[in-house]
Design a binder for this molecule. Structure first.
Ligand SMILES: [Zn+2]
Length: 197
């Protein structure tokens, strides 16, 4: 088997594992909102998504959106009810196997958390993005600032990143509210994702 094919297969297995590690209630919710299908692809995501949309007879992405999505590790497309994950992101080049696995699983958890946030957050939660960002763990705060997301995306990014971190903690045997997580964000996460320990 060629290296690329091997990497793609390994990535698919990781994403499968990431899915089966989710709490059962979360998997049901994701199935209900159409975010349970996950495809691992090798090309940049903007181009792939644009192709998929056009071949489904839907409106494709703008040039700007293609460029922006090309830079992403993962994306959820509600119109196609699919999460796409890029197995061969250049940022994973030369990274060791364990780091690569963790990174791919985190991307998958992030996208599922993101989908739940988009569907289930109230406008008032979205409007509180800036305040929530201040309460977020430092790593999340910096990542969101660096990525330059518009303020309207803050809440979704916070929920998605926190969800991915809680999943990482869960598969390592951790439970309950972590000391590093602000009460308000934890409560929001429970409300949005039906998170249970
Ligand atoms: Zn996101």
């Amino acid at each position: 088997m060629g290296k690329r094919l091997q990497q793609a297969k390994a990535a698919e297995q990781i994403v499968q594992w990431a899915w089966s590690s989710l709490p059962v209630a979360n998997r049901r919710l994701l199935e209900a909102i159409g975010a349970s299908q996950c495809q691992v692809v090798s090309a940049p995501l903007g181009a792939v998504l644009d192709d998929l949309l056009c071949s489904a007879g839907l409106r494709g992405l703008s040039v700007g959106a293609i460029r922006e999505t090309d830079g992403a590790f993962g994306v959820w497309e509600p119109r196609l009810r699919v999460v796409l994950i890029r197995a061969e992101d250049p940022r994973l080049e030369g990274v060791d196997g364990a780091t690569r696995e963790e990174c791919l699983a985190r991307v998958a958890w992030h996208e599922w958390g993101h989908a739940l946030s988009v569907v289930r957050c109230e406008a008032v939660d979205v409007a509180r993005g800036r305040a929530l960002l201040e309460m977020s763990p430092q790593g999340i705060r910096e990542r969101i600032r660096l990525a330059g997301y518009p303020v309207g995306q803050y809440t979704h990014e916070i929920v998605a990143e926190t969800y991915a971190l809680l999943m990482l903690r869960r598969v390592r045997g951790g439970d309950g509210q972590p000391t590093w997580l602000n009460n308000e964000i934890y409560r929001l996460l429970i409300e949005i994702t039906d998170w249970t320990d």
